[in-house]
Design a protein. Structure first.
Length: 235
């Protein structure tokens, strides 16, 4: 389908959002890949359709377990139709192992399994570099109500249980990941994507990355690793 005939509502680093009708949008996954808040950027053919396929798979998986999502139905290789949500201006980060910015922030080595999952928040604002933000500041700035904040944490930890269980069976470690949520008719829905762009996945035996760290750290071919992840989860 030629989605360019639809009105584009928003373009981000990795996706475009088009108006489908008054209640729904088209989410189109681009081949663009970025790192370090857009400082490093390339276009890698085939990346978009892989991330779209993984996202729809995981959205359907968590939906079956009681997590409401914005996903409606597939459209084509790079796109799906989704409920039009008002994005909550927070990124919800769940960490099961130490990695990335967490190690730099606290001076700890990579790969330590955390005793309990950690839920963190960052302010969704590219111009500020998506800074970390604590719950007290979130509430003081009235970014969301307290009950919404609690629901975000509840959903994030439930998603963590679902994905960790599934991936463990595939010999994959769910290291950490970022989630976004939106409001739809006063209901909170999981939005955006769950993919190797927004998660860290490690092979359980080798601890090799199956995610965007391959691109960030120039550790191999990104498409090869994303394709391997697809194969490992049997989709």
């Amino acid at each position: 389908m030629n989605i360019e005939k639809f009105e584009m509502l928003y373009e981000g680093k990795a996706k475009k959002i088009f108006k489908y009708n008054d209640e729904e949008v088209i989410i189109y996954f681009k081949d663009d890949v970025t790192a370090f808040n857009g400082i490093k950027k390339d276009s890698i053919s085939g990346k978009g359709k892989i991330n779209k396929k993984i996202t729809t798979f995981f959205f359907e998986l968590v939906e079956k377990e009681g997590i409401p999502t914005q996903f409606v139905k597939d459209l084509d290789e790079n796109s799906f139709i989704a409920k039009k949500v008002e994005i909550i201006p927070l990124e919800v980060i769940v960490r099961n192992y130490t990695a990335g910015s967490f190690c730099k922030r606290y001076g700890v080595e990579k790969g330590i399994k955390l005793e309990n999952p950690i839920v963190e928040f960052s302010l969704k604002d590219d111009s500020l570099g998506d800074p970390m933000i604590c719950e007290n500041v979130i509430l003081s700035l009235n970014l969301v109500e307290k009950d919404v904040l609690e629901k975000l944490k509840e959903y994030a930890l439930k998603i963590n249980e679902i994905l960790s269980k599934f991936l463990t069976e595939k010999n994959i470690i769910l290291v950490d990941y970022k989630l976004e949520f939106g409001k739809y008719n006063d209901k909170i829905l999981l939005a955006d994507e769950i993919s190797p762009d927004t998660c860290r996945f490690w092979d359980k035996d080798t601890m090799d990355s199956l995610d965007k760290d391959v691109y960030r750290e120039e550790k191999g071919d990104l498409i090869d690793k994303y394709t391997e992840f697809l194969r490992r989860i049997d989709i």
